[in-house]
Design a binder for this molecule. Sequence first.
Ligand SMILES: Cc1cc2nc3c(=O)[nH]c(=O)nc-3n(C[C@H](O)[C@H](O)[C@H](O)COP(=O)(O)OP(=O)(O)OC[C@H]3O[C@@H](n4cnc5c(N)ncnc54)[C@H](O)[C@@H]3O)c2cc1C
Length: 466
Amino acid sequence: MSSAADPTLTSRLRGFTGTLIWPDSDGYDDARRIFNGMFDRRPSVIARCTSAGDVVRVVRAVRERQLDVTVFGGGHGVTGAAVADGAVCIDLRGMKRIDVDAKHRTARAEAGLTWGEFDAATQAHGLAVTGGRVTSTGIAGLTLGSGSGWLERKFGLSCDSLIGAEVVTADGREVFASSQEHADLFWGLRGGGGNFGVVTAFHFRLHTVGPVLLAGMLLYPAGQARDVVRAWRDFMAAAPDEVGGGLAFVTAPPAPFVPEALRGQPVVAVIACYVGPVAQGEAALRPLREWGTPAAADLLQPMPYVALQRLLDEGNPKGMQNYWTADFLSGLPDEAVDTLVAHATRPVSALSQVVLIPGGGALARVGDNDTAFGQRQCPWNVHYLSIWPDPADSPRQIAHTRTMAQAMKPWSAGHVYLNYIGDEGTERVVAAFTPEKFRRLQALKDKWDPANLFRHNQNIPPSRRT
Ligand SMILES: Cc1cc2nc3c(=O)[nH]c(=O)nc-3n(C[C@H](O)[C@H](O)[C@H](O)COP(=O)(O)OP(=O)(O)OC[C@H]3O[C@@H](n4cnc5c(N)ncnc54)[C@H](O)[C@@H]3O)c2cc1C
């Protein structure tokens, strides 16, 4: 592969106002680096766009020249699909404009924004939308995969607050998709991933949040995990929509807020927030604090929503090896708790995490067929994130994760959340939906991207290709 500029492509991109980063350009290595350090891919060029017009030019050029293309939002996709060897990368990180209309509680946000950037702009007005739990994640990939976050039981998934999207289609047109215009495309964008075009800007309905909430975590030694998970499970089953959170099996960091005896040890972290006034939150979260054995560390406190959004940042450093899988569970009986605890409290990497996310609330009140994302009645989503620094350790780490996920299969609902898994094949993509819904998505793909130009993703292939 050539490392210098391709003059034919450059001339085809006349009028492109962004930056073309070729393999021999300064900054190429930095620009091609993604969150998951497992992938070291070399695109033929990184086209850092600054406008929808730039995206149109690149899409038309790659179609004409039949080149492979990827889309880079925030680079957090665990499959590494934002970059591919030899492909043209449509890089949206040059598109970070956000306009907040505080009066009408809406925002137009360009697709290169991260959640940290989005939250900072909307929280300046005391507004928010359900967003990713790590600030460097892109709003684009997360929202297109539906988008799970701490606020989802109160306001639904990120995609549930989407009111429109500016899209560059596979044939290089700019269209606006909403419930009024191109409603079929709008439906597919809410959970169908990057299959149907390049979204250049998202239009969100915003909600009043904070800016200060009661939030944080309670830490318990792993030896108490069986009791803690049962108590938390029962608490969440009856919790009001305002209570968000999750339960994470992690290794306690050597931080001052962790009791000395727990540092470097496997622990259970109950993460909680109350999306409403702090005083009401104190009352609503009290049962968590008083369920029995006191937490080894009680870190629940009033904090800005943006601080809650940063809570997991340090535990998720860029560039590590990441092998992830996940399953929706149909229930969490005691036997399932015991099985999960037996595996998750024996991590083979201090960075690895197993996270249980509760369903219910507003996300469960949207009809399964109202958006491409369904599975809204699944009560639990279990996410296994194996994270480690040394590639030589991969076989051991991956084997541990697979064994754990396999042990939990008896309680699997048979469905999976695509934002949380690696490349596990078409069968798992079908399992994210239902066979009927997958066929509907394929019909959409046939209409909007029949040549499967956008195939570096959790791919929904056109019907004639399956
Ligand atoms: C540390 C970390 C924390 C996470 N936390 C959460 C969480 O709390 N909730 C959750 O739901 N998920 C979470 N995720 C998963 C995340 O939602 C997905 O990985 C998502 O794809 C990341 O989006 P991105 O834009 O950053 O990634 P990219 O790697 O840039 O994009 C992923 C894929 O999305 C598509 N895509 C991206 N931008 C566009 C666009 N503008 N138009 C069309 N297609 C596009 C492309 O197919 C691309 O391959 C997390 C991931 C990480 C690494």
